[in-house]
Design a protein around this ligand. Structure first.
Ligand SMILES: Cc1cc2nc3c(=O)[nH]c(=O)nc-3n(C[C@H](O)[C@H](O)[C@H](O)COP(=O)(O)OP(=O)(O)OC[C@H]3O[C@@H](n4cnc5c(N)ncnc54)[C@H](O)[C@@H]3O)c2cc1C
Length: 426
């Protein structure tokens, strides 16, 4: 085991060096203040700078401290929901707009990576959604049918082709989505930050917003080391709301997801494990993810934290899972283990809140935030500088406080521990 960093693990160890940022030091003014230095905030800052607008990002910790620096790195198209379910839940107007905007969201991510020369282990060769049961295969058939109707580049493989695409006999089939790909997620966040800085945005680390008030001069945001007064504010703190936004935790289910990475696999083994290097995940309720990094480490993830005793429990489950799913690897040597938290909503659709005429946020990407965060950052930048709420493909929602959602999160956490304790022991 390399140095233990259960927050960002492998991604912190292999990302290019961090953008060098200080904390806000004095009382400053700007056009748009952005709270949170993840994909949403950084994309907003970059797009504002491209529009010639002044902006300042205040990040409580370091750039990429939240989900942006901890996730699996699957640049997926669309939400978890199948297109027809989304239309049923969101209605045809918002449903169809969301399907289009989020279905195309990988394009924006890959374009920005290319335009700004972001070094983030980028690969656009699709992702594989793998059926771990007959029921899962039926769900993939429905997904394929619904996406094909909309002209998406998806293709369902049966058992044999799934085995050759994944290098595992564990799956009943797999849906290849060619719109998607993989990145090193923290490196992408650093790249967006550097691009935003170069385009003229200002970014501060260790500058938590601990309170805010409306003054005659605009919104005044307070941090321990200085204040920022702005005409408009974008709040981009989704599953890591802290300090002034701590109470937001009550309005969402916060879901934990861990990952463990092996040592780099040998060249021969790499020919047989995800040989085309697609990122993959399965159809199980307690889902598992599988991907390789550029150095050839296999990264396996699933639901749960790795705080305290849960570390060993999930680490052992990962070892058993690798031995059963990819027996060609033999006894796996794990180098890194870490976890993060993402925000869920009851219907799996993100929320758009307009807290005041000049203060807005989009939150809760339900575990799919690379494409959506990048796109909603751009759309929020356009909205906050004179656009209309109608330009965002989400209805404006009230903030909610739903206790049952926290129970739901706890249910998943306890369920995942039990499942990982008993699964694959025989
Ligand atoms: C383990 C895991 C796996 C995932 N896998 C995938 C995946 O494979 N593909 C995918 O598309 N998505 C995935 N996601 C989801 C994705 O990472 C998130 O949706 C995405 O990071 C959201 O980006 P964001 O900028 O909106 O928020 P975040 O990245 O969470 O950033 C929010 C930032 O706000 C800061 N902040 C909080 N409070 C304050 C304050 N008061 N003042 C200043 N700053 C503050 C935080 O420190 C944080 O840096 C995963 C998430 C996790 C945790």
């Amino acid at each position: 085991m390399k140095e233990k960093n259960i927050k960002q693990g492998l991604w912190a160890a292999t990302a290019p060096s961090k953008p060098k940022l200080i904390s806000i030091q004095r009382d400053q003014r700007t056009d748009v203040a952005i709270i949170g230095g993840g994909y949403t905030g950084l994309s907003a800052a970059l797009h504002l700078a491209k529009m010639g607008k002044e902006s300042v990002v205040l990040e409580a910790e370091d750039i990429g401290y939240g989900g942006a620096g901890r996730n699996v790195g699957l640049v997926n198209a669309g939400l978890w929901l199948m297109p027809e379910d989304l239309i049923e839940l969101a209605g045809p107007e918002y449903g169809n707009r969301l399907i289009k905007v989020l279905g195309d969201s990988p394009d924006l991510v890959f374009e920005l990576i290319e335009e700004h020369g972001i070094e983030c282990e980028v690969l656009r060769n699709g992702t594989l959604h793998c059926a771990d049961s007959k029921k899962g295969y039926k769900i993939l058939q429905q997904r394929e049918e619904q996406w094909l109707k909309r002209g998406a580049l998806v293709r369902l493989f049966g058992r044999d082709e799934a085995a050759s695409k994944t290098g595992s006999n564990s799956f009943y089939g797999a849906l290849l989505d060619k719109r998607a790909g993989t990145i090193q997620p923290l490196a992408y966040a650093y790249g967006l930050a550097n691009a935003a800085l170069k385009a003229g945005a200002q970014l501060y680390n260790h500058s938590p917003v601990i309170g805010f008030e409306k003054t005659r001069e605009g919104w005044k945001l307070n941090t321990p080391t200085g204040t920022l007064t702005a005409n408009s504010v974008i709040i981009a703190v989704p599953a890591y709301p802290n300090y002034a936004f701590k109470s937001n935790k009550k309005s969402m289910v916060r879901m934990n997801f861990f990952q463990f990475a092996t040592q780099p696999l040998s060249k021969d083994i790499l020919k047989t494990v995800l040989p085309e290097r697609q990122g993959a995940w399965d159809t199980n309720l307690i889902l598992s993810s599988y991907r390789l990094d550029a150095a050839g480490r296999l990264i396996v993830g699933s639901v749960g934290t790795v705080e305290g005793f849960a570390y060993n429990l999930h680490e052992n489950w990962v070892k058993r899972t690798i031995s059963k799913t990819f027996p060609q690897i033999g006894e796996p040597q794990l180098e890194y283990g870490w976890y993060g938290t993402f925000a869920m909503t009851s219907n799996h659709i993100p929320r758009f809140h307009v807290l005041d005429k000049n203060m807005a946020m989009v939150t809760s990407y339900n575990g799919r935030g690379i494409g959506p965060g990048t796109v909603f950052g751009k759309l929020l930048a356009e909205y906050i500088t004179g656009g209309s709420p109608e330009d965002i493909p989400l209805p404006v929602s009230k903030t909610e406080s739903i206790w049952s959602r926290n129970l739901w999160g706890l249910f998943y956490e306890a369920g995942a521990r039990l499942y990982h304790f008993v699964q694959r022991r025989i």
